[in-house]
Design a protein around this ligand. Structure first.
Ligand SMILES: NC(=O)c1ccc[n+]([C@@H]2O[C@H](COP(=O)([O-])OP(=O)(O)OC[C@H]3O[C@@H](n4cnc5c(N)ncnc54)[C@H](OP(=O)(O)O)[C@@H]3O)[C@@H](O)[C@H]2O)c1
Length: 322
């Protein structure tokens, strides 16, 4: 076997030459990814195939965010095709919220997941101003009605409430779980101190994930939140993994150069970087089938140590790369 790892173009060409099928190609990618090549810095780091939640449930490391979908950014049929395409390519974790487009994101999703609900890991969110009284139960019922589903796989508190309210929120989530309305719960936009406080209340340790912003050009979570979650074996769910609408990384020159070496898009490299540890789930949003196909390639990219070093130098983050 050639001691040098091949880029995607070389690898595909070689497989085609040998008439290899896609499963065989995948197996070879995995074998290549674990090969060590002394002196070249070319040992590959493949994306994990699944990420494990604390309760043992496994989810794909790449999902699909739906914040703006179903609200006219792209033609509706195109957005439906985008979400369907992603699901067919394994991006079966679908993220939404009761407040995205005043419920229109959830209604949009319901049309796409109809008939294939059991393939989907469905995530929605409750707002901080909905947690008092029976507010969580009512918000959850409204989301389920819009989604056309009997249950959510994961229900997140969209943003922190004061720590004094954590025990009530956790109790509300646990009641929904006991009633079969949700299978797991988590939080979003929590810092490490808030995670500590959450773990101090009864059942707080049942939190499945913390959904926070994380991308090459927004690495702020690394020193505290990311390391806290790692210490507690809790995956982080990275939102705005391409930098978000107003700060997209995909045009960056370094990223474009690395993408050319892997014969893929800059977006795919950016997403492969976000999910590189095996304990981060990225939820890029796209209403474009072509973009979704590009993004799905991230699952099969093996970034080399040299790629990672180059990306660290280009995107050191506010505290220096960790
Ligand atoms: N918990 C929270 O507080 C919170 C906050 C923000 C977001 N979120 C979640 O995270 C999801 C993603 O975050 P986000 O929308 O802020 O940021 P993002 O996924 O980083 O960026 C979305 C933007 O990237 C574009 N894009 C996607 N794939 C691309 C590709 N291959 N090439 C070029 N452009 C591409 C999309 O345009 P096209 O549609 O044209 O592809 C869209 O403009 C949201 O949908 C939502 O579910 C959660």
């Amino acid at each position: 076997m050639n001691k040098h790892l091949l880029n995607r173009r070389q690898f595909s060409a070689r497989c085609a030459a040998f008439g290899l099928s896609f499963p065989a190609l995948s197996a070879m990618i995995a074998a290549q990814a674990t090969a060590q090549v002394p002196g070249t810095g070319a040992a590959s780091k493949p994306a994990a195939r699944t990420v494990k939640l604390p309760d043992g449930t496994t989810v794909p490391p790449l999902g699909q965010g739906c914040w703006h979908l179903g609200q006219g950014r792209h033609p509706l049929a195109v957005e439906e095709e985008a979400l369907r395409t992603g699901i067919s390519l394994g991006l079966t974790l679908v993220d939404t919220s009761g407040n995205y487009g005043n419920g229109r994101s959830e209604q949009f999703i319901s049309r796409v997941i109809a008939g294939q609900r059991d393939r989907i890991f469905l995530v929605s969110k409750v707002e901080p101003n909905q947690v008092s009284g029976d507010g969580m139960a009512r918000a959850c019922e409204a989301s389920l009605a819009r989604l056309g589903s009997d249950y959510l796989d994961l229900y997140l508190l969209h943003a922190p409430v004061p720590s004094t309210q954590f025990s009530g929120v956790v109790a509300g989530f646990e009641q929904l779980r006991a009633a079969g309305k949700i299978r797991a719960w988590g939080v979003s936009n929590f810092n490490s101190g808030q995670m500590e406080d959450l773990f101090r209340v009864p059942d707080g340790h049942r939190c499945a994930t913390n959904q926070v912003p994380y991308s090459l050009n927004y690495r702020h979570i690394e020193p505290a939140v990311l390391s806290w979650c790692k210490q507690h074996n809790m995956p982080v769910m990275a939102y705005s993994p391409l930098g978000g609408d107003h700060n997209l990384v995909v045009g960056d020159r370094t990223l474009v150069q690395i993408a050319a070496m892997h014969d893929c898009s800059a977006a795919a490299v950016a997403l492969a970087w976000v999910i590189r540890s095996g304990s981060v789930i990225a939820i890029p949003e796209s209403g474009s089938p072509a973009h979704v196909k590009e993004n799905a390639v991230a699952l099969s990219i093996a970034l080399t140590p040299r790629d990672l070093q180059t990306l660290d130098a280009a995107f050191p983050g506010p505290f220096g790369a960790t």
